[in-house]
Design a protein around this ligand. Sequence first.
Ligand SMILES: Cc1cc2nc3c(=O)[nH]c(=O)nc-3n(C[C@H](O)[C@H](O)[C@H](O)COP(=O)(O)O)c2cc1C
Length: 339
Amino acid sequence: MEVMRIGDLNIWPDVVLAPMAGITAHPFRVLCKRHGAGLVVTELISSHAIHYKNQKTFGMFDWDDEERPAFCQLFGGDPDTMAEAARVVVEHGCDGVDINMGCWVPKVAKTGAGAALLKDLCQAEKVVRAVVDAVPEVPVTVKVRSGWDPRDVTAVRFARAAEQAGVKAVTVHARFASQGFSGEADWDIIGQVKAAVSDIPVIGNGDIETPQDARRMLRETGCDAVMVGRAAMGNPWLLGRIGLFLETGVLSPEPTPEERVAVAREHARLMVVQAGENIGVRELRGLLGHYFKGLTGAPRLREALTKVNTLAEIEAILDGARERLTQTPPAEREPTAVA
Ligand SMILES: Cc1cc2nc3c(=O)[nH]c(=O)nc-3n(C[C@H](O)[C@H](O)[C@H](O)COP(=O)(O)O)c2cc1C
């Protein structure tokens, strides 16, 4: 495994936490970094909201030194607004800007942003150039899907143009926007993008659930790094387990129920420190259950965690759970949740 270089930054190991709205706020990014992720990225942030100085959006500039290099993902279809937003986040200390060209949800795509840019490569290129020119001091990266739909596989053409425009890495989520999260990712497109660019790293993304999946993607596509999304939810250990496996071939054990409880507790504590108890606990209701996927007793625990109002309640539930949770044999495990 080689050190991945994004501009002047060395990324090690070659394992990236996917940006995920509602999941990858600072507390979870830090936990993933502590457990061995090479790179973490904020969830998508609206360039228009930055332009209008939306307070809640400025609250999403929540990176700190522990997660550096800190990448911030922006979305928007207007080159000037994206350039302005990029300058603002860099002024707020972010080390790299990632442009979202993968989000298909109507709220984003209808405004000509996210994956909609894959339908208009000319506009996509303008956005990329504007951002690259606006923040020459940091690397700019782009996250794309295979294309908007199977009638037009744009990722290869776009990646070439993006490299020419000065982008320092491309991430490919190997699905079409029209698929949402359905169907299997078709990794072929990742290999095609890798073959098409000459000098920038390609990060492969889609359906990695295990260290073995990660190795298979690297071998089959020749990509430089892997990005892991849904399988990392409630499972920050996975990033480090993948890194270790890629480097040494050693498959470290999955976390014990006690470890899961301890890290879920830490996640809760970090969230409350960051967001305050009211907001933090509300956000945690949907997040903490992920830590117990596949364990006997998980459904009841998840249910209890969706009703909490205070950090003390969360801690009491987790303490009680430690005794009751046991590892379920692999055959009986719940499948990974699909958003
Ligand atoms: C809940 C959720 C939120 C997501 N939010 C974002 C986002 O903010 N920006 C982005 O580029 N992709 C987002 N994605 C897509 C992921 O980054 C990733 O591309 C996708 O989940 C495929 O990877 P996986 O199969 O490893 O999950 C999101 C995915 C999920 C499940």
